[in-house]
Design a protein around this ligand. Structure first.
Ligand code: ATP
Length: 435
């Protein structure tokens, strides 16, 4: 593992961002548990996404569909037949790898150094995770844990049309877990077997120009969003899918990639899916999934421009992008909106009851509006260092002057500069900074 990656992984474990799944039992490959800091960061990413995609828009509504679906939905979506990765097996140690990942293949060949590795021919391997429902195990009760969250949206297209006032063009947003039987989970949470996605299916008129317009719109919209939350522009790029790489029904597809310690990697995609999904669900369910234009009376199956992002991959890249070492300090330069704690509150000395009492009062007031933390352990320098690693953008210290003039110091994580702020102004001060 690369040096930066090792440091981020170690920090995640040490500070409670991310732990290996079921660690005390030796773990379960491809699963990860988010700790006290990680769960806040993850919630903040999802909250910001939802705010931008649903709350602030008039043309997108949300759903939260069941993870377990009627298995026919996965036949219709093509996943049962075609949700496969090409798999090759090393004839020396019988480990399996994805044939379409040359880096992993050559890394494994290096592992066997002195021997010449021979590989089996690629075989298709379906990534859907199976589960059994009901009391009798067998074909009848076999279901799939969803391999992507998209279909929970498409199967509700008609419900949303009938129960809300949406008009084309409009989108349906969803955030939720997906499961894939990945052959080679790895690079920390990057390739997991259980992960979360945040997606919008944006339905438009079936028209070439409309399709191109909205595809470009969503590309820009999504790139701008990551940059607005602090990801460095130079670490982001678009990668258009080649014709051979695209699903046969996809009219266009682009990934947004991040310049990760192990190369440029996809963490979200914008896909022009045409009418593939709704047509297939219409065909397999026998239900009419067309849209009737209220003005013209024209009926059609809309096209879908999908934006599909990984919550876990986004989180990992926000962490990597924010990891900073400067003048002997380690700090996580997370955007204040994403930071797990917005501020930490310290009494200068833990053994001075007046300072502690005032610090508790400030903590009690601020926590009604912000996720904040109280800390009176050790010395101030140690507390700053601890909050720097947690990505806390502001540290508020209550000192002897506070008892006299009701002001406190607020120290900025990135510059280490301190402002003197009146206690009554603290909420407005933080509000202004967390914009
Ligand atoms: P890859 O080629 O890396 O396997 P994909 O093209 O199969 O990814 P999509 O099916 O387009 O990915 O899924 C949309 C998003 O879901 C991805 O951009 C990624 O952020 C996330 N995602 C997909 N698979 C995983 C996984 N195994 N672990 C974590 N996130 C994932």
């Amino acid at each position: 593992m690369n040096d930066l990656m090792e440091k981020v992984v170690a920090l995640c474990k040490r500070r409670g961002f991310i732990y290996p799944g079921s660690e005390i039992y030796g773990g379960l490959a491809g699963t990860w548990d988010y700790g006290p800091l990680g769960v806040e960061l993850k919630r903040n990413i999802k909250q910001e996404w939802w705010k931008e995609m649903v709350q602030l828009r008039e043309d997108i509504v949300g759903v939260d569909a069941a993870i377990m679906m009627n298995p026919k939905a996965w036949v219709a979506s093509g996943h049962v037949e075609a949700f496969t990765d090409p798999l090759v097996e090393c004839k020396i140690c019988h480990l399996r790898f994805r044939a379409d990942k040359p880096d992993e293949i050559s890394e494994h060949e290096d592992f066997h150094k002195d021997e010449k590795v021979e590989w089996t021919d690629p075989q298709k391997f379906n990534l859907l995770v199976k589960a059994y429902l009901g009391v009798i195990e067998g074909k009848e009760s076999e279901i799939y844990l969803r391999g992507e969250i998209t279909n929970g949206v498409h199967v509700n297209f008609k419900n949303v049309l009938d129960s809300t006032r949406v008009k084309i063009p409009f989108g349906i947003a969803q955030i939720g877990k997906a499961f894939r039987n990945e052959i080679t989970p790895g690079n920390f949470t990057f390739r997991s077997r259980e992960f979360e996605q945040m997606e919008v299916q944006f339905y438009i008129r079936p028209d070439k120009q409309e399709g191109e317009k909205w595809f470009e719109y969503w590309k820009k919209n999504r790139m701008d969003w990551y940059v607005s939350l602090g990801m460095r522009k130079e670490n982001l790029r678009f990668r258009d899918h080649a014709d051979t790489e695209r699903a046969h029904y996809a009219k266009a597809a682009t990934d947004i990639e991040y310049n990760s310690p192990w190369g440029w990697q996809e963490f979200m995609g914008i896909h022009h899916r045409g009418d593939w999904d709704l047509s297939r669900h219409q065909q397999y369910s026998g239900q009419n999934l067309s849209y009737k234009d209220p003005q013209t009376g024209e009926e059609f199956i809309p096209w879908d421009i999908e934006t599909s992002a990984g919550v876990d991959r986004s989180l990992l890249f926000f962490l990597i992008d924010g990891y900073t070492e400067e003048n002997g300090r380690i700090f996580l330069k997370l955007h204040p909106k994403l930071a797990p704690y917005k501020a930490a509150i310290f009494p200068l000395l833990a053994n001075k009851p007046d300072l502690v009492k005032l610090a508790h009062k400030i903590y009690g007031d601020l926590k009604m509006n912000f996720m904040v933390i109280f800390d009176d352990r050790g010395n101030i320098g140690g507390r700053y260092a601890s909050q720097d690693e947690a990505g806390t953008p502001f540290c508020i210290t209550i000192d002897f002057q506070s008892l006299e003039d009701n002001s406190v110091t607020v120290r900025d994580r990135d510059t280490t500069k301190q402002d003197r702020v009146k206690i009554v102004d603290l909420k407005a001060y933080l509000d202004g900074k967390i914009k």
